[in-house]
Ligand binder design. Sequence first.
Ligand code: ZN
Length: 209
Amino acid sequence: MTPWRRILIKPKCEKCGQSFETLLGFDSIGTYDDDHYNVGDKVDTNSELMQGERYHSWVSIYCDNCYSEWSFDQFRYAYQVLSNLVQKGRIIVKLGSDILSAEDIDNYVKNYIDEMKNAGWYSAPIGGVFQKLDFIYENQQLYAPSEMWMKFLDEIEPLINEKLKTKGWLSGKNTCRQDYYVVIDQNNRIFIEDSKGDKVFGNKQDEEV
Ligand SMILES: [Zn+2]
């Protein structure tokens, strides 16, 4: 079961330009079977999807290979930003009882990424990116979640984003687009529209945008 309904589409990857298959998610109020729609499918009248509704959606902007590369880049840049903050004396970073220098952090992340890649990891753990480290930030031990943690994220996230954009990830930290809407036409067929109301992925077979 999945917590949202899904439509199989074949967009072009924002990074490499290749077409890839992916599932666009929408209508997350409920649990649904693992099946998915194709664009143009006739919707079962028992599905509770309604003509005239515009359902909010979300879908990956990257193919699997590019997402993998993006995720390791984001991981690397998070540590680069951390290393810069250490250099500026903005934060103290500890691994166990050791205080890490900027250079220690650079080596730490290099080894960490090498280990993940050697172990065949598809992506880096973005959620717990600093999970093995302890921080002293503005003279306080930093815990997540907390207000101070949010302040720390507010400081580092734009810097990470900037590095991602410089590397050519045009949407920076964003890996998902949310500006498509799912609609059901008067014949109970399911379609996807952009924010202007124009149909995208119009052909059931292989239409691309
Ligand atoms: Zn790609």
